[in-house]
Write a new protein. Structure first.
Length: 480
């Protein structure tokens, strides 16, 4: 145990000190920590790759890094994977690959632990989020008398809540899910003049993600589909190096040079109108293993991200809205279309929009990914629509106040206009009252939370605010 441990996240927008910091190695040790601090406040820290305040605790922080095993039970078809909550996704993928298996959904980043990934609804493109596939979880929590215990959660609303629980139910010890056989994916880049063109490609490339390039306002799709080939293309290794050097590194260096160091809007506009389009080879078709081609090295450069989720029926309008807000903030247009002006007047947000004019030049491709509806209570893609689209905006520039202004406006206005839900693990600017309107299962989630944590030990100010949870009886600075 360490005292007064400083915790700083990947994006460096979260920085705090915890009075008590633990890295338990056994379940008995974990339960002893919970029992000792059952009148305090406890949160779990993982890879610290999130940007929300979900991990913040001035009292007790638990790191589950020692719970990091992967066991495959191949007595069933398909096999089961039992994974320790502190196991990083890259380790999960590597261990499963040895058995010719992989996870049912693969996210863009593999630095997170599996517990952190499912607790915040981490997703890939073309399938459900990873949370959806969890068949059971073992969670260290409290009984009705406030004593620490470990529960097996494998059915009902408790399972739906635990699949994406923001750490409110307790400490995830392990998860169990059905693996899928390792598969290969064929990818090619395709330029699209309109959003409709990009959406149409999903019929033939259901795993694709696509990007809206700022300043040129063209779409480019990474068409992806499961391949009939059970092997990599001869040039797959070359493609991986091309992608790493030109996009994972080269694009980011261009962004940093133009936006952060020189702060040149002219260079930024040129980057997306001329330079980046010249580096995309639309005739290059490559096939590679799923856990190689569906991920990026997006953790190489520090950044901050907001990600908003809208239903398929509203993605066209939402995209037009985002584009016009960014153009107005960059000084590329004087006003938004009259339709949007009228709606914002109704929402009493027209002055907020006016305050953004000429304040911010967006400098990174806007990523769109399609996610199937989840069987959860509060993951961003649960709900009645079959498909949900995530719209991701990223900044590499500091200070971040201009981005915060645009991001907060987009989150608040799009929640009201399109029912847009911010990603729980990304920068999260909504208040509790605004979130209440977005999730029909939120009251059921609160009831499950109370059952697992009757005294509010696992709650911090963030989850209490955004989920409208009572603070409980625990003392946030209690030391035992």
């Amino acid at each position: 145990m360490e005292k007064n441990k400083r915790i700083v996240n990947f994006g460096r927008n979260i920085d705090f000190q915890a009075a008590h910091y633990y890295e338990p190695s056994t379940e008995d040790e974990l339960l002893e920590i919970l029992q000792q601090h059952r009148s305090g406040k406890i949160r779990v820290v993982a890879s610290k790759h999130a940007w929300s305040d979900a991990i913040v605790s001035a009292a007790v922080i638990i790191n589950m890094r020692n719970f990091n095993g992967v066991t495959v039970d191949d007595s069933l078809d398909p096999p089961l994977a039992i994974v320790g909550g502190g196991t990083q996704m890259k380790a999960v993928l590597a261990e499963l690959a040895k058995e010719g298996l992989t996870t049912p959904s693969i996210g863009l980043i593999t630095e997170q632990t599996i517990a952190g990934a499912i607790s915040t609804g981490t997703h890939g493109s073309g399938k459900n989020s990873l949370s959806h596939y969890m068949e059971s979880l073992r969670i260290a929590c409290f009984d009705s008398s406030g004593n620490a215990e470990i529960r097996e959660v494998d059915h009902g609303e408790a399972l739906q809540a635990a699949r994406c629980g923001l750490g409110c139910l307790g400490v995830i010890v392990s998860v169990t899910f059905r693996c899928v056989p390792q598969y290969w994916v064929t990818e090619k880049s395709t330029w699209c003049a309109t959003l409709e063109d990009a959406l149409t490609l999903e019929d033939q490339s259901p795993l694709q993600q696509f990007f809206l390039l700022p300043h040129s306002w063209r779409f480019v799709a990474q068409e992806r589909r499961v391949s009939d080939l059970a092997r990599s293309s001869p040039t797959a290794w070359l493609y991986r190096w091309y992608w790493f050097l030109s996009l994972d590194v080269g694009l980011h260096l261009g962004v940093l040079t133009s936006a952060r160091w020189l702060r040149s809007r002219t260079m930024m506009h040129a980057l997306y109108r001329w330079v980046l389009p010249a580096s995309v080879f639309s005739k290059w078709i490559v096939t590679d293993r799923s856990d190689r081609i569906l991920v990026m090295e997006h953790e190489l450069f520090r950044h901050l991200e907001i990600e908003l989720f809208v239903g398929r029926s509203k993605v066209k309008e939402a995209t037009q809205f985002v584009k016009q807000v960014l153009q107005l903030a960059d000084g590329q247009r004087e006003s938004m279309d009259k339709h949007w002006q009228a709606r914002l007047v109704e929402l009493e947000m027209s002055e907020d929009l006016d305050s953004l004019k000429n304040t911010y030049c967006h400098h990174y491709p806007i990523c769109f990914r399609r996610i199937l509806a989840d069987d959860t209570l509060i993951s961003m893609s649960e709900g009645e629509e079959l498909w949900v689209y995530s719209i991701s905006l990223i900044t590499y520039v500091e200070p971040r106040e201009p981005f915060y202004g645009v991001g907060k406006f987009l989150a608040r206005s799009m929640a009201k206009l399109f029912g847009a839900r911010p990603h729980w693990g990304k920068w999260f600017p909504l208040s509790g009252g605004e979130v209440d309107e977005l999730y029909s299962g939120l009251e059921d989630f609160r009831n499950v939370v109370h059952d697992f944590d009757p005294n509010g030990v696992f709650r911090n100010a963030y989850v209490e605010e955004v989920l409208s949870l009572p603070s409980g009886e625990a003392n946030s600075l209690q030391e035992n």
